[in-house]
Design a protein around this ligand. Structure first.
Ligand SMILES: [Zn+2]
Length: 377
């Protein structure tokens, strides 16, 4: 029987959502082996070559990093038995700050319990507990999160993410994405967000939007697209996830009751802190079926208002789905079901016919500026 993966590995060339792997303690470090067909080399990481910190929502995960540049790797270990064994085996200078962090968490939990008992009360608590889990409750909580909190939360994760990536500063690809963003955002009525869009050099075929309006488009996606309209289709869909606060709804769902109580008590620090723990997971959030359809419908309406041919995204998905389903991250974060595709086409057919206005850039020039197509992995 194959061992069950007990960790997720992140890094260049690995899936954006992490590669499942099997981690075991060895005499002087950790042995990391791929699970299934994850594109990961088996290796032993010496204690001397790694740094560790506590991560995850409750600080209950062990986050191990090693390597530099393109060989930098981050490992999230959740298995409590392995974490205990690691703490025993690792040299104390490596884990001393972990023990301090664990103590802080215990203290924070204790004070949260006191706060909970005295200010909210058990009756309200039980009520929330029963109520929580329904989408209604999530929407109720999200509606109480001020835009400024949302921006702070998104910006923190955005800056952390960009600091580790190669961000294109100028050139045809940046110009093209800026033009698309401008054309789309000026057609959003009463837009409370100041959208920021970055183009990141990476073979990953994806784009994502963080709460608060921080958007990343990977060059891998731009290379696969056959027109600016295809990229604009994906972009419009992402902007609409932000406008409908879908990311925030997912976060509140994931963080659960603690986040809701935090919001009720007006605890911005708590929410931002918890969301920061999510880190990269925020960028690889899977949206729900209803959210996908909502972003599709409002996304193509926005395209139509901006006089951009609105069928770009469906063409992009359909063309890629035949050959690239397994390797295209966009599919895993925005699953394209048959129902979703049909709904999209019906919506397209119902749109008023408008003559599209072409972009000012040549798509071929944009793509040429990104260099040769990625070598097949
Ligand atoms: Zn989506």
């Amino acid at each position: 029987m194959n061992p069950i993966p007990n960790a997720l590995c992140f890094g260049d060339g690995l899936p954006a959502a992490g590669a499942p792997c099997i981690v075991a303690l060895s005499a002087d470090g950790l042995r990391v082996s791929p699970a299934g067909d994850a594109p990961l080399l088996e290796q032993v990481v010496l204690f001397a070559d790694m740094t560790v910190e506590a991560g995850g929502l409750d600080h209950d995960q062990l986050v191990v990093t090693w390597g530099t540049g393109s060989s930098a790797r981050t490992l999230y270990v959740k298995d409590p038995a392995l974490i205990v064994a690691f703490r025993r085996a690792a040299p104390s200078e490596l884990t001393a700050h972990l023990e301090r962090a664990a103590q802080q968490v215990r203290r924070a939990r204790h004070s949260h319990r006191l706060l909970w008992g005295s200010t909210v009360g058990i009756v309200v608590g039980l009520g929330l507990l029963l109520w929580f889990g329904t989408d209604l409750m999530v929407e109720w909580a999200v509606a109480r999160i001020p835009i400024e909190w949302e921006q702070k939360l998104g910006e923190t994760v955005y800056q952390d993410f960009l600091a580790k990536e190669t961000v294109l500063k100028d050139g045809p690809a940046v110009g093209a994405v800026q033009e698309m963003t401008h054309r789309l955002t000026e057609k959003i009525p009463n837009n409370p967000y100041k959208f920021q869009v970055s183009v990141v050099q990476s073979p990953v075929v994806n784009a994502f939007a963080l709460p608060g309006g921080y958007v990343v488009v990977f060059t891998g996606l731009m290379k696969k697209a056959e027109s600016g309209e295809e990229v604009a289709g994906v972009l419009s869909h992402e902007l609409n996830h932000v406008l409908q606060r879908h990311g925030l709804e997912r976060i509140v769902k994931m963080l659960g009751l603690a986040a809701v109580v935090g919001i009720v008590l007006g605890d911005q620090q708590g929410l931002t802190g918890m969301a920061k723990q999510l880190g990269m997971e925020l960028a690889t959030l899977k949206f729900g079926r209803a959210q996908e359809t909502e972003a599709d419908v409002t996304g193509i309406r926005l395209l139509s208002d901006a006089r951009i041919a609105p069928d770009g995204m469906i063409r992009f998905f359909e063309r890629l789905s035949e050959k690239d389903k397994e390797r295209v991250e966009l599919f895993s974060t925005h699953p394209m079901s048959a129902g979703r595709a049909e709904r999209l086409k019906a919506e397209l057919a119902a749109l008023p016919k408008r003559d599209p206005e072409p972009f000012t850039f040549e798509w071929k020039t944009v793509q040429d500026s990104l260099g040769a197509p990625e070598a097949k992995k």
